[in-house]
Design a protein around this ligand. Structure first.
Ligand code: 5RP
Length: 216
């Protein structure tokens, strides 16, 4: 079952509540919220007060992707703001087990993200601790970038490993997902597709979400 997580990075920031309502009506399965700190990535986006303000607009899962240095400082504030799933980057977390435990203690689901050049070995030892792995298919920081094809092999290797170990872990992919790349990432084993431009840039958001979901 493929799930679509539109990224509000591509939404109209002056109308975020309305944009989330539109995503819900268009059939989004979850709302992907890209948190950037201007350090781990060269951009700034949303803090916990924004997420708390948006919580009233939908009951859909808030999938909060922390592209920040020092994620440990932001886990509790984002959980209190209404995050249902919190993703931290392996590149930012020398004590990954502790961080995942901290996330779970808040009641949120816990996930780890890998930049395109980061090897799978960075998460090998925590596969039993996570609800989801996010494989980035662009270098994080901006929407509208070109998909990096080498990520397909990485997705396939990770899906193989999860299946071999009989682990029920979602495999999310983020960056450059569109009509051309969605069938490829699904074939490689991804089951949650994050999409910004392909959803918000489409003339019909509902059709775009359905197209991505059925892109096999
Ligand atoms: O994490 C992100 C950028 O850091 C975005 O979620 C991602 O790039 C989605 O945008 P698009 O679908 O336009 O590539």
């Amino acid at each position: 079952m493929i799930r679509i997580a539109p990224s509000i990075l591509s939404a109209d920031f002056a109308q975020l509540g309305t944009e989330i309502k539109k995503l819900e009506a268009a059939g989004a399965d979850m709302i992907h919220i890209d948190v950037m700190d201007g350090h781990f990535v060269p951009n700034l986006t949303f803090g916990p007060p924004v997420v708390a303000a948006l919580r009233q607009f939908t009951a859909l899962t808030f999938d909060v992707h922390l592209m920040v240095n020092n994620p440990q400082d932001l886990i509790a504030p984002f959980a209190r703001a209404g995050a249902d799933l919190i993703t931290v980057h392996a590149e930012t977390a020398p004590h990954l087990n502790r961080l995942l435990q901290n996330i779970k203690e808040t009641g949120s689901k816990a996930a780890v993200a890998l930049n395109p050049a980061t090897p799978l070995s960075m998460v090998e030892e925590v596969l039993t601790e996570v609800d989801m792995i996010l494989v980035m298919s662009v270098n994080p920081g901006f929407g509208g970038q070109k998909f990096i094809p080498s990520v397909l092999d990485k997705l396939a290797r990770l899906r193989h490993e999860l299946d071999k170990r009989k682990l029920t872990v979602d495999l999310q992919v983020d960056g450059g997902i569109n009509a051309a790349t969605a069938p490829q990432v699904i074939a490689a084993g991804a089951n949650i597709l994050v999409a910004g431009s392909a959803v918000f840039g489409a003339p019909d958001m509902k059709a775009a979400i359905a197209m991505l979901r059925n892109a096999e």
